[in-house]
Design a protein. Sequence first.
Length: 344
Amino acid sequence: MNLLIFEYATASGFNDPSLLAEGQAMLEGLLEDFQDFNIHYLISEKFLSPEYLEKWKSAQPIILKEDLRQWITKNISAYDGCLFVAAEEDMELYELTRIMEERGVQVYGSTSQAVLNCSDKFKTYSILKKHVPVINTYKIILEDFKCPENQEKYALLIKDKKMVFKPADGVACQGIKIVYSFEDLKKAVESLNTFLPYALLQDFVEGESCSVSLLSTGDKALPLTLNRQKIEFIGNGMEYHGAEVPWDHELAKEALEVAKKAVESVDGLKGYVGVDLILNNQVYILEINSRLTTPFVAIRKLSSVNMGHAILDAVKGILPEDLNCKGKIFLEKSGNNLIITNQK
């Protein structure tokens, strides 16, 4: 099989510390998993190190010197399949998936419609609230919000409450603000960067931030691990600093079951999927990531199964019988690096 692999930040030369550390780690994990394949991978010249050429000799780098979406449009038809990592922001994950589907290339991930439903977090909320516990979420129409006569309804919504404001197409913790008043909300809207004509306001629920990693065939999902997220509140914003994989918690079994139900409630979710949750006295689903997430880096080291191959198999309708994860790994972001510590 002629397989293309890439990760958006490392392919585009996008030197954003908030994304680059995890992006490099995920790309390197995929290259490691597919050493038995003759693959091509896209990479920016600034990130192609001698170590890559020496360590992954069977993988052929393609140095990207133009816009990623333009390159994919012109060249993806030369490949049988593609496994890639991209963010939902600006609908990049959706557009890349759509382009590949239109050209008949097998995407080793979710369908474009599933990606669209998960990239727009209000669409996700609208689907999931019929099936699993979710946090009350309200849509803020941005043009509507600008009109003084319409602002009273938003002021009443947030009165005497602590809430979470977020872009509907955001990624990780980017753009998320904790708001305590209508003035806070106005400032958050003014600083918003979004592709969509609306943003979200969500009830603030105290609890532990975590995620579940799963493999999915599009019909059936297999929960892999519950992962603790290390999130720090900075001013009225939030920053992701790492994870603990797997995480033992009294609600772990329920969290895995609820995440499985959530993924199986969205048509077309395939391959690797990540589900973000809050745990307090019960499990709440926050959102679904229809792509590789950072815990993949740890899971592939702990599992007896080759995770890259397992993703391909899941898209083909085959799930592993036993992942057999042993041990624990701590992931910690430090500048442009992701520090991986294996707890024996």
